[in-house]
Design a protein around this ligand. Structure first.
Ligand code: GDP
Length: 454
């Protein structure tokens, strides 16, 4: 059960990054925010105006810091509660001293993870898809990810889902009118037909939204490129060279040989995750076998494979033996160690999606990176911006579409009760998508549109 706004705890937290830092921002939200500020300072700044204030310990009167203070009386705030921000000097002891005082103010406690956003959601300031967009915005590593997260935060999917839900409620109102008020003179006879027409349009639109090749999810995760090939071809060297470029935004993690080494790249604003499966090797150890299995599965699910070969051996005939290959859809051929043959004038003729490089000297790397960037751009910028960015969205939309499909299958001659039930299920699924399931408003629509009950 949702607590009344006034008896909720007031929460506080350090909302800025790691200390020490130039500035540390402590946020406060809840009914005792004003009391907290009054404990620390003689006079509150004007609402929504920054004011420089001496923060003092309430007992010793010691000046703890001079801080910029912002006071935001609710409900026009992010959480819809009273809120404040203290912009402190970002030293550990400064922040600790101020947090200690906040901890002894009655009604205050440290916030839990995500609690400010949770309150914003519970108090109706954000819908669920916007909350998810906010989470993505904070974790966005590239420009394209930022743009997609921002669209979600601003309600691209949430707004659409809410419009769909409203239209569905309108259709449902027609059917319910048939059920509840069929003896009334001014209820038109055929209401199921128009309701099903609306359902068909919605079903088409939702279906179209779902046929997006998972672009939204892929943009969140990054385009996955696996580096594979025979031992000593230079796979690790290639990965390291790519990671050392300016484009690399996250250094390789995971140290053990049996794990996949992963590097996140920002290629022209698009996220690309490179996997080096060099460590994938057979083992008797069951724990290692599990690691190998997971590494293989990860690589097998990659969007693209860079198959690396030693240029000297690939000039001849190498039997490519790899079980990954059979499952993979897309593969580019990379002839490595070109430095060994270029001086001798032995040039390999490279076809499209075939590259000649030297991971050692960097030769040919620009062309490879440019091709990867182009490929990412092609995958991510095809078509409209994705509405669906998570499996949860997909599941709830699928649920809504299925219910609409069942309503349509019932047809205009079916029982109103059955059709209404499917439309209700569809509306509920859409309501779950945005996190606001309510059924009360169906009646409101009936009364507004039909003037029944006069
Ligand atoms: P992996 O087993 O496929 O990961 O191959 P490594 O990256 O460990 O490289 C195997 C060996 O080839 C190492 O001794 C590298 O220094 C060497 N090597 C990798 N790339 C090049 C290259 O472009 N030119 C030359 N000459 N040697 C390379």
């Amino acid at each position: 059960m949702r607590a009344e706004l006034s008896d909720r705890a007031t929460i506080f937290a350090l909302s800025s990054g790691r200390l020490p830092a130039a500035i540390a921002v402590v946020r406060i939200s809840g009914p005792s925010t004003r009391a907290a500020l009054e404990t620390l300072m003689a006079k509150l700044p004007e609402p929504r105006r920054a004011g420089l204030r001496k923060l003092r310990h309430p007992q010793t009167k010691d000046v703890l810091d001079e801080a910029l203070v912002l006071w935001f009386p609710g409900p026009q705030t992010e959480t819809a509660e009273d809120m404040a921000e203290l912009h402190l000097h970002g030293g550990r002891a400064v922040v600790a001293a101020v947090m200690d005082v906040l901890g002894i103010v009655p009604g205050l406690r440290p916030a839990e993870a995500g609690e400010f956003t949770r309150r914003a959601f519970e108090n109706g300031r954000l819908d669920l898809t916007a909350v998810e967009g906010l989470a993505d915005l904070v974790s966005a590593e590239t420009e394209a990810q930022r743009a997609q997260a921002m669209r979600q935060f601003q309600g691209l999917l949430g707004g659409r889902a809410e419009t769909w839900r409203q239209r569905l409620i309108g259709a449902l109102a027609l059917v319910e009118a048939r059920i509840d008020f069929s003896d009334e003179a001014d209820v038109p006879e055929d209401l199921i037909g128009p309701a099903l027409d609306a359902a068909r349009e919605l079903s088409d639109e939702i279906g179209l939204t779902l046929r997006d090749e998972h672009r939204g999810e892929r943009l969140r995760d990054g385009l996955v490129v696996a580096i594979a090939g025979p031992p000593n071809a230079g796979k690790s060297s290639l990965l390291n060279r790519l990671a050392r470029r300016e484009a690399a935004i996250v250094s390789p993690y995971a140290g053990t040989t049996r794990d996949v080494i992963e590097v996140h790249l920002d290629l022209g604003g698009y996220p690309v995750t490179l996997l080096d499966t060099a460590g994938v090797r057979e083992s008797e150890d069951p724990v290692e076998q599990e690691g190998v299995r997971r590494a293989r599965a990860r690589a097998a699910a990659a969007d693209l494979v860079l198959w690396v070969e030693d240029v000297e051996s690939s000039a001849g005939h190498v039997v490519r033996k790899n079980e990954l290959k059979t499952i993979l859809k897309k593969e580019w051929l990379v002839h490595n160690k070109a430095d060994l043959i270029c001086s001798g004038g032995v040039q390999i003729k490279t076809a499209e999606h075939e590259f000649e490089i030297s991971a050692l000297t960097g030769l040919g790397m620009d062309a490879l990176v440019a091709a990867l960037t182009g490929h990412a751009a092609q995958v991510f910028s095809a078509g409209e911006p994705a509405l669906v960015t998570r499996q949860r969205h997909r599941d709830t939309l699928r649920e809504a579409a299925d219910a609409l499909g069942r309503a349509l299958a019932l047809g205009a001659s079916a029982s109103e009760e059955l059709v209404a039930e499917e439309l209700r299920l569809a509306a509920r699924a859409l309501g779950r998508l945005t996190g606001r399931v309510d059924v009360e408003d169906i009646l409101d629509v009936i009364f507004r549109d039909f003037c029944i009950g006069k």
